[in-house]
Design a protein around this ligand. Structure first.
Ligand SMILES: O=C(CO)[C@H](O)[C@H](O)COP(=O)(O)O
Length: 218
C-alpha cells in the first residue's frame, strides 16, 4: 500500500518546501497536462527534471498529454521513477510500456472514466501499474466517482489471475472519506491532492490515509 500525494494542489511558487511536506509519503505524484489531452496546462520536462532533483521521495509522473509515445520515455530520462501514459492517447501502448521499462522506469497505463479495462487487459504483462481515474482528468478537487470502483475490481482480478506484481492506482477525489472503498475494491496506490495539500499538516494527512487503509486490511 502506497500513498502518492499529487502536487497539483501544492503551492507552485514553493515547490521545494511543498515536496518536503510530503517526505513521509511513498511518492510525489506529478500531473503533467498539456492543454490538449486535457483542458488544463501544468508543467513539462524542465520542471519535472528540477522536481526529481530535489524531491525527498521518488517521482510518479501522470502524463495527461498527447503523443505519449514520443514524450513519456523522456520523463523517465528526466528522473521520474514511474511514468503513466493514457491509453486513449497512445498509438502503440505495448511498445510504449516497453520503452518506459527500457529507459529504466516503471510503466504505468491510465484509463479515463469512460475507458473500459477489458480491451487492454492483454497488456498487463507489459505494465507495472494500472491507473484507474476516479475523476475526469484535468483538475484537482473534484468529486470522487464511485462508479469507477467496479473497474478497479476488474483490474485487481486480472492482476490476481496474471500473478505478477502490478500495482493498481486510483486518482481523483481520494480522501479519508473515500480511501477505504478504494482499498476494498483492490487499489494499492492512492493518489491524493487536495486531501493532503489542503490539510494544515500534510504529514498527518498522509498518516491518516495510510492508517485507514491499514485498518481496513485487518
Ligand atoms: O490527475 C489529477 C487530475 O487530473 C489529480 O492527480 C487528481 O485530481 C488529484 O486531485 P484530488 O485528490 O484533489 O482529486
Amino acid at each position: 500500500m502506497q500513498i502518492s500525494p499529487s502536487i497539483l494542489s501544492a503551492d507552485f511558487a514553493n515547490l521545494q518546501t511543498e515536496l518536503d511536506r510530503i517526505s513521509s509519503a511513498d511518492w510525489a505524484h506529478v500531473d503533467v497536462m498539456d492543454g490538449h489531452f486535457v483542458p488544463n496546462l501544468t508543467l513539462g520536462l524542465p520542471v519535472v527534471e528540477a522536481i526529481c532533483r530535489v524531491s525527498p521521495v521518488p517521482v510518479d509522473c501522470h502524463l495527461m498529454i498527447e503523443d505519449p509515445d514520443r514524450w513519456a520515455p523522456r520523463y523517465v530520462e528526466a528522473g521520474a521513477r514511474s511514468a503513466t501514459f493514457h491509453v486513449e492517447a497512445a498509438r502503440d501502448p505495448r511498445a510504449l510500456a516497453r520503452a518506459l521499462r527500457a529507459a529504466g522506469g516503471r510503466a504505468g497505463m491510465a484509463l479515463k472514466p469512460a475507458t473500459p479495462w477489458a480491451p487492454y487487459a492483454e497488456l498487463l504483462p507489459e505494465l507495472d501499474m494500472v491507473l484507474v481515474m476516479t475523476v475526469e482528468p484535468g483538475f484537482g478537487g473534484q468529486a470522487f466517482m464511485a462508479d469507477q470502483l467496479p473497474k478497479v475490481r476488474q483490474v485487481r482480478e486480472a492482476v490476481r489471475r496474471h500473478g505478477g506484481e502490478v500495482w493498481v492506482q486510483v486518482d481523483g477525489g481520494v480522501s479519508a472519506r473515500t480511501i477505504e472503498e478504494c482499498a476494498e475494491a483492490g487499489a494499492d496506490v492512492f493518489v491524493a491532492g487536495s486531501a493532503v495539500y489542503g490539510a494544515e499538516d500534510a504529514a498527518a494527512a498522509v498518516g491518516e490515509l495510510r492508517d485507514l487503509v491499514a485498518q481496513h486490511r485487518h
